[in-house]
Design a binder for this molecule. Structure first.
Ligand SMILES: NC(=O)c1ccc[n+]([C@@H]2O[C@H](COP(=O)([O-])OP(=O)(O)OC[C@H]3O[C@@H](n4cnc5c(N)ncnc54)[C@H](O)[C@@H]3O)[C@@H](O)[C@H]2O)c1
Length: 356
């Protein structure tokens, strides 16, 4: 069988990190005798520059006709520093999520033995932390309308909108994942203040009796932000709305040791997208210093989630673990020791897989 992969490298460090994920994927494909067909397409600032649209129709067409999308990152300081820009790279990401119906972003948060000392949290707090954060991805304040400015430009507004159906499908996913793991689900909201959160709670409580084996807890987002760094081991599966999930998972990245280590999968109605949780890290673009592991581990999730090729995914994880143990790491986790370049880490991982 030929697996069709759409490759959307995007901006900043995107092309460099995606190139390493491809090396690793190629090594796996060769070792296990699969057939992969990659097709590259534009997204983000580079797409605005070339065709004036951050998520061109051709890119969407390709994604729809692929078995999986491997995604780098989007974003450029030129747009970040110009609040008046009418077309922005982030619109490309949001359009892709909406058009592909990617309503759930799965973000596993785990620790790596050799990186535990990198966490700003005490070792005994993070050692053994292992949970899945499920972030709603196509609703909430990022998509709600109206959004904009008053005529005099002195007032701005965003609208947070959720329908019961949107809430139900993601909360169900939360229950299902909890059922496959340690059977504990934390539903994070702000039901003491927000009407959308109260609907989240209402819908969740309606579904709860269908999953009697799951222990459910409801937690306000401010408390969750605190619990994440005071007692991260209490979590198994966490499900939350779009903006809360965005913020909490960046916070959770300190548990793993670096933003450069956290992968994700965005799943929903059409083709799934596998992407690191970090952005385009423009300060590192073109310098060959960014950590490619989040993207490489996203490729591992692609094998497991999109193709149910578990051994292939496991070998990629093993390669990453071994590279950390061997100190073949980029500067963000080198800890004053020798730092390897992005491409050297990619080469090492691909070689490990070839020789495994
Ligand atoms: N999914 C996406 O494509 C996505 C997500 C977040 C931000 N962005 C965009 O990225 C641009 C930069 O945003 P930002 O600086 O807030 O976030 P960022 O994730 O790009 O970088 C924040 C910090 O995290 C660290 N970091 C991130 N990726 C790393 C890697 N691979 N290796 C080592 N360290 C890494 C760096 O210290 C960096 O300064 C903006 O334009 C923003 O809109 C895109």
């Amino acid at each position: 069988m030929t697996y069709k992969i759409a490759v959307l490298a995007g901006d900043g460090i995107g092309p460099e990190i995606v190139a390493q994920a491809r090396k690793v994927t190629d090594a796996i494909v060769q070792k296990f005798g699969h057939d992969f067909e990659y097709t590259e397409a534009l997204v983000g600032a580079v797409a605005i520059d070339k065709v004036g649209n951050p998520y061109p129709d051709e890119t969407h067409e390709l994604c729809m006709n692929s078995d999986a999308v491997l995604f780098g990152a989007i974003g450029h300081p030129r747009f970040d520093n110009d609040p008046t820009a009418k077309v922005r790279p982030e619109q490309g990401l949001l359009a892709m999520r909406k058009k592909l119906g990617l309503y759930a972003n799965l973000r596993p948060v785990t620790t790596f033995k050799s990186l535990i000392h990198k966490s700003p949290l005490k070792t005994e707090l993070v050692d053994g932390a292992d949970f899945m954060c499920i972030r709603e991805l196509t609703g909430g304040i990022y998509f709600g309308r109206p959004q904009g400015r008053s005529e005099d430009g002195q007032t701005a507004y965003d609208t947070c909108v959720y329908s019961a159906d949107e809430i139900e499908r993601i909360v169900r996913l939360g229950f299902e994942y909890a059922g496959k793991r340690r059977k504990k689900l934390t539903i994070v909201d702000k039901a003491n203040v927000l009407a959308t959160s109260r609907l989240w709670r209402e819908v969740s409580q309606r579904i709860e009796p269908e999953f009697p084996e799951i222990e459910v807890e409801y937690m306000f987002v401010d408390n969750a932000a605190m619990q994440l760094i005071t007692w991260p081991k209490r979590f198994d599966v966490m499900v939350t709305e779009n903006m809360f999930g965005d913020i909490l998972t960046d916070e959770a990245s300190v548990i793993s040791g670096s933003m450069g280590m956290l992968p994700s999968a965005s799943v929903g109605v059409h083709t799934s997208v596998f992407e690191p949780i970090h952005g385009s890290y423009p300060q590192a673009a073109g310098k060959n210093i960014a950590n490619p592991c989040a993207t490489v581990l996203s490729a591992a999730m692609m094998f497991e989630y999109a193709f149910a090729l578990m051994k292939e995914g496991a070998l990629i994880r093993e390669a990453v673990d071994k590279s950390l143990e061997a100190g073949i790491v980029t500067e963000d986790i080198a800890d004053g020791k020798k730092a390897y370049s992005t491409s050297e880490v990619g080469d090492w991982l691909a070689n490990y897989i070839k020789n495994a």
